[in-house]
Design a protein around this ligand. Structure first.
Ligand code: CP
Length: 310
């Protein structure tokens, strides 16, 4: 089974058939993770470079684990120990890495568009692991996989994405992917954290978190990105928590079962209280487990290797 592109730059324009292929392949590959020896030879002989120009825990480790589970050769690059520190350009960095004969590149960068730029500099398959505020496609795919595990389908389900939508690449990819798969999406947060024109992606907008909770079947709660925040977008962390924080009291008022999600890392006590994050309604750690399976699926499908024999 092949995807319609040889890169995964985002979920904009990715057809439902491709998303379904990735989610179905991830479901099959996930069974490998429960084996006594969780390793298959599918990507033997394939070399993957993980280029992380921004910090990451979940995405970096799960890509690396996915590559190792598939027997790929992996090389890890981080800015702090590279010649980027000496002023080398991104183009020179990737051309030099490519000269060492690599097949695939996983890239995270603070600037939107870097994964696309890399497709213009190298023949390797490029996978976006998060670019600025633009897209984080594998996060949205693992979120959709986690919801599909719960519901069996995404069609007609209601997902509210709550919090710092303005700075969130996770929101952009989730809206695009969920809408393509027939789900309904609402974004909710303070007016200053909801970008104008977001409705054009197919999302409803609410500025009232209780209304969003009332509407939704699942809440995907976003981190307040303190590192990307210009000053003055909301009065204080305390006020944000009072107006938009997801608390047990708020959920109890809704009198219904909701699925609680968060892409991580969580600011506990800011956008999400600990007792909710660690409750039975939370699938936050399932999301992390599914992250390895989804990244295995993306690597296999883009490589063109056959995973059906595993
Ligand atoms: N969800 C996510 O992208 O987490 P990391 O920044 O730790 O990779």
């Amino acid at each position: 089974m092949a995807l319609s592109s040889s890169h995964l730059l985002g979920l904009e324009g990715v057809p439902a058939e491709d998303i379904t292929t990735i989610l179905d392949t991830a479901k099959n590959l996930k069974t490998i993770l429960d084996r006594p020896i969780p390793k298959v030879p599918t990507l033997r002989g394939i070399t993957v470079v993980n280029l992380f120009f921004e910090p990451s825990t979940r995405t970096r480790i799960s890509f690396e684990l996915a590559e190792k589970r598939l027997s790929a050769d992996t090389v890890n690059f981080s800015t702090s120990t590279s010649s980027v520190k000496k002023g080398e350009t991104l183009k020179d960095t990737i051309r030099n890495i490519e000269a060492m004969k690599i097949d695939m590149v996983v890239v995270r960068h603070s600037a939107a568009g870097v994964p696309y730029f890399l497709t213009q500099c190298t023949d390797a398959n490029i996978i976006n692991a998060g670019d600025g505020r633009h897209e984080h496609p594998t996060q949205a795919l693992l979120d959709m996989m986690s919801l599909r595990d719960k519901w069996g389908t995404l069609h007609g389900k209601r997902v509210a994405i709550i919090g710092d939508v303005r700075h969130s690449r996770v929101a952009g990819s989730n809206i695009r992917g969920l809408v393509t798969m027939g789900a309904e999406v609402m974004v909710c947060g303070p007016r200053t954290l909801i970008p104008p024109g977001i409705e054009e992606l197919g999302a409803k907008v609410s500025y009232n978190v209780d209304e969003a909770i009332e509407w939704a079947d699942a809440l995907n709660i976003l981190r307040i990105q303190l590192e990307r925040q210009e000053k003055g977008l909301f009065p204080s962390i305390r006020e944000y928590h009072a107006e938009y924080g997801i608390t047990r009291e708020r959920l109890e008022r809704a009198k219904k079962e909701l699925i609680i999600m968060h892409p991580g890392p969580i600011n506990r006590g800011v956008e999400l209280d600990s007792d909710v994050a660690d409750s039975d309604a939370s699938i936050i750690l399932d999301q992390v487990t599914n992250g390895v399976a989804v990244r295995m699926a993306v690597l296999v499908l883009l490589s063109g290797m056959d995973s059906s024999q595993e």
